[in-house]
Ligand binder design. Structure first.
Ligand SMILES: [Fe+2]
Ligand SMILES: [Fe+2]
Length: 217
C-alpha cells in the first residue's frame, strides 16, 4: 500500500516536471481555439524601436502565461478537493492557448521569451502551492486576484503598443476577455477575497517585479 502511494506520488511529481518543461519549451498541448490574430496584417512600416517595444511587451505577456501555468499547477498540486483540482487543471489548459499565442507573436516579432522562464514557472508553482495550502476558498480568491493583475498589465500594454500593431492588440484583447472570465469563474466557484495586504501590497509587488524584469531579460 505504502509502495503504491510512493509510486503515485512519483508519477505526480514526474507529471509536474513534464508540464514545467513543456511550458518553458513551448510544447504544451492547447485547446486549439482560433488564433485571434489570424489573417491580420503585420504593420508594414513598424520602426525598429516599435518592433523592439512590441517584442518586450509580448515577452512580459508570455512570461505571465508561463507564471499562470505554474500558479495553477501549484495550486492544483496541493488542492484537497478533487473538483477544485479539476477546475485548476482545466484553467491551466485554457491558459495554454494564451501561451501559444504569445509564443507565436514573439516569433513573428523576432523576439525571444524570457531567459528566466524556469524561475517564473517554479516560483509561481511554489506561490500557488503555498496559497493552495491556505484553503480552497482563498486559493480561488488568489486566482481572481492574479487574473486582475494580468488584466492591469494587459490594459497598460494595450495603450503602449503601436496603434497599428493589430495582431498583438487582437491577441491581448482576447486574453483580457478570457482572464476576466477566469477571475469571475473562480469567484463563482466559491472564491473569497484575499486579505488586504496580499491584495494591495504583495500581489502588485510581485507583478511589478515580474513585468520590470521581463521587459529586459
Ligand atoms: Fe492567460
Ligand atoms: Fe487566465
Amino acid at each position: 500500500m505504502a509502495k503504491t502511494r510512493q509510486l503515485s506520488l512519483l508519477d505526480t511529481v514526474l507529471g509536474e516536471i513534464d508540464h514545467a518543461l513543456r511550458t518553458v519549451h513551448g510544447t504544451l498541448a492547447t485547446t486549439e481555439r482560433p488564433y485571434p490574430a489570424q489573417g491580420l496584417a503585420e504593420k508594414a512600416d513598424m520602426t525598429e524601436a516599435e518592433r523592439d517595444l512590441a517584442g518586450r511587451l509580448m515577452r512580459i505577456n508570455h512570461a505571465g502565461e508561463v507564471s499562470a501555468q505554474g500558479l495553477y499547477r501549484g495550486q492544483a498540486f496541493v488542492a484537497q478537493d478533487s473538483a477544485l483540482k479539476q477546475h485548476l487543471h482545466q484553467a491551466a489548459i485554457e491558459e495554454s492557448d494564451h501561451l501559444a499565442w504569445c509564443s507565436q507573436r514573439l516569433q513573428v516579432l523576432n523576439a525571444r521569451p524570457s531567459l528566466l522562464g524556469p524561475f517564473w514557472y517554479w516560483g509561481s508553482f511554489s506561490i500557488g502551492a503555498i496559497t493552495g495550502k491556505l484553503g480552497d476558498r482563498l486559493s480561488l480568491g488568489f486566482v481572481k486576484e492574479t487574473e486582475d493583475q494580468v488584466i492591469n498589465h494587459i490594459n497598460e500594454h494595450l495603450t503602449r503598443l503601436p496603434a497599428n500593431d493589430l495582431p498583438d492588440l487582437a491577441v491581448l484583447q482576447q486574453m483580457k476577455a478570457d482572464e476576466d472570465k477566469h477571475g469571475n469563474e473562480a469567484m463563482q466557484a466559491g472564491g473569497a477575497q484575499l486579505p488586504w495586504p496580499m491584495r494591495k501590497l504583495l500581489m502588485p509587488f510581485l507583478s511589478k517585479v515580474m513585468t520590470k524584469t521581463t521587459y529586459r531579460v
